[in-house]
Design a protein. Structure first.
Length: 363
């Protein structure tokens, strides 16, 4: 893809801005005049909504986009856009502020209730994203990092699904505004954007439930703090995957391990040794990884993937006179081991150097 760096940074903001522009244009078609304050308020609300739809779409892990840019970079964009849309929501609320007068009036209008419902859902989403799932905004501050470490990651993973709820709240908030409900073009565009994103999200969730199941064939300690897991499909063959790619692992029936998915790079490659199994090396580094002590051979899991673009075809196809240097720190060895195993399997004559840094001798 040409200008890959530009599109990696700006594809999703452009999607949000483009859908915002069409909604704002459709809204203004039916308005002969508008005050500046109202224009700013409605614009901030609409842009926040199209940004919310966009970050929900990113959260659905669209593989047809991920293979070009990589999930880590997509999640960075997701985080920055989430901060921006929150500021836009704050601006919208300030400009439209009527406090909680609807409680005193006893009217409880749908427009107000759905608006506040979306705002409170967004607060939870921001809290779980910043203080549990991401280190982008807190890891450089010792106090915030310590606060993050006390959070229940599994609970926050569940709460972080609320963008779908917030999207529906905002949709009905806009739909129940009289001036907009009568604007056919606006409602059609709003419905198309919302149905596409929410529908894609639920289709992704349905596909997760339909993924083939795997048996945990082997699990053992490779070092005092490292688990080695090897999964075998209950039926059929393993999916094709490139060296260095990763999967989300969801245990389905393991006692003491939550069913939330977690991403890990493969340490295996498709070789004679791993012709119908996939191996992962997982370091104990948190609640979920520590709970792997409860896993046992025969447990059932689902593997979602593969994801990643660490070792893309244009790199694999370089002339073998070009040497490779593989740099790894600690558990970062796993994708490098996958690449090395692939090179050995295909009989590569390429010169490959592995530089592996470790903190502890026993590792």
């Amino acid at each position: 893809m040409k200008n890959k760096e530009f599109w990696a940074d700006w594809l999703f903001p452009i999607i949000a801005l483009s859908s915002f522009a069409t909604l704002l244009g459709a809204m203004l078609l039916n308005m002969p005049s508008i005050r500046v304050g109202d224009l700013v308020s409605w614009s901030s609300g609409l842009l926040a909504y199209t940004s919310m739809l966009t970050v929900t779409f990113i959260g659905s892990r669209p593989r047809f986009i991920e293979k070009h840019f990589g999930m880590p970079h997509m999640f960075e964009v997701h985080g920055v856009m989430s901060i921006m849309l929150t500021l836009l929501v704050v601006l919208h609320v300030i400009l439209q502020w009527t406090a909680f007068s609807f409680i005193a009036d006893g009217t409880w209008p749908v427009v107000t209730l759905t608006g506040w419902g979306a705002a409170f859902a967004l607060i939870l989403i921001m809290f779980t994203g910043m203080f549990s799932l991401s280190g982008m905004f807190v890891n450089n501050n010792p106090k915030l990092r310590k606060f993050k470490e006390k959070q229940n990651r599994e609970l926050n993973l569940w709460l972080h699904r609320l963008p779908v709820v917030a999207n529906l709240f905002v949709y009905f908030h806009l739909f129940n505004l009289d001036m907009l409900r009568e604007n056919t073009i606006f409602i059609v565009l709003l419905s198309v954007y919302t149905v596409f994103v929410v529908g894609y999200y639920f289709m992704w969730k349905i596909k997760l439930r339909l993924l083939p199941k795997y048996n945990l064939g082997k699990i053992y300690k490779g070092t005092p703090s490292l688990y080695v897991l090897e999964f075998e499909p209950k039926e059929g063959q393993i999916p094709e995957y490139n060296p260095g790619e990763y999967f989300w692992i969801y245990f389905k029936d393991a006692n003491g391990i939550t069913k939330e998915g977690h991403p890990f790079s493969t340490s295996s490659s498709i070789t004679d040794r791993f012709n119908n199994s996939i191996e992962f090396m997982i370091k104990e580094a948190g609640d979920w990884t520590n709970s792997l002590m409860n896993a046992k051979a025969g447990d059932t899991a689902v593997l979602e993937g593969p994801y990643g673009d660490m070792f893309p075809p244009h790199i694999q196809e370089l002339d073998e006179s070009v040497p490779f240097t593989l740099l790894a720190g600690g558990i970062g060895l796993t994708p490098m081991l996958s690449i090395a195993r692939n090179a050995h399997q295909i009989g590569s004559q390429r010169e490959i150097h592995l530089v592996w840094g470790l903190s502890w001798e026993e590792d």
